[in-house]
Ligand binder design. Structure first.
Ligand SMILES: N[C@@H](CCC(=O)N[C@@H](CS)C(=O)NCC(=O)O)C(=O)O
Length: 213
């Protein structure tokens, strides 16, 4: 039985240490120095919203706060920013006023979602030969090729900042594709170079993917 929201002394992040969307929220929390408790969702095949912090989409992450529950990584990161006393300069997706930057966010987010479909298909027993599965893989490799080609220009177009949602998302995507062995990332040299740089942050080191037991 979950604790009543009003009684929470610090927010609870509901997620998994192996989830790329959860890692986005955890990197933001670390960068913005916002303390939280972590509640692991044990079974991602559960069909009960209560197991996902009340999220009817049956997805993680969720942030439980006295004001209510925040569904999804972007909502959570914004709420963490509001709770932070660090006045960090964060670039949010709505500030992307060039196609290369806006598309960098769109294709990063879509690749993350497509990867979820592929991984959950494995877990749930979906066939790897279906026409839809083949299309998902083609979509994923197409998006990664685009990201490899255009990420340098997109990242270059970012304004001065402490943190951006697009960089944190891209980092989590690339590392997760390797972690879940969905796509070998060795040949994507631009993306590797970006992850090498971003991965030196303490927030990235502290949130390494692992399977919760
Ligand atoms: N729109 C959500 C998507 C979250 C999402 O897809 N999370 C995955 C884990 S990384 C999930 O809950 N998968 C469960 C499922 O697909 O059934 C967000 O931006 O956070």
């Amino acid at each position: 039985m979950a604790a009543p929201l009003e009684s929470l002394t610090r927010p609870i992040l509901v997620g998994r240490s192996s989830s790329h969307f959860t890692r986005i929220a955890r990197i933001f929390a670390a960068e913005l120095r916002v303390p939280y408790d972590f509640q692991v969702v044990k079974d991602l095949m559960s069909a009960s919203p209560e197991d996902y912090g009340g999220n009817p989409a049956l997805r993680i992450p969720v942030l439980r706060t006295p004001e209510g529950s925040w569904f999804g990584a972007l909502n959570i990161c914004r709420e963490l920013w509001r709770r932070s006393d660090r006045a960090s300069r964060v670039v949010w997706p709505e500030a992307h006023d060039l196609p290369v930057l806006a598309n960098l966010q769109e294709l990063t987010s879509q690749a993350m979602a497509t990867e979820v479909s592929l991984v959950m298909g494995r877990v749930g027993g979906g066939g790897e030969e279906s026409a839809h599965h083949v299309k998902l893989r083609k979509s994923l490799t197409g998006m990664l090729s685009w990201l490899e080609e255009h990420a340098p220009a997109g990242l270059e177009a970012l304004p001065a900042r402490d943190l951006s949602f697009v960089e944190v998302s891209l980092f989590c995507l690339v590392l997760h594709l390797e972690f879940r062995e969905v796509l070998p990332m060795g040949g994507y040299t631009n993306l590797q170079a970006f992850c090498q740089r971003f991965g030196q942050r303490a927030s990235a080191v502290a949130t390494t993917f692992k399977f919760d037991v």
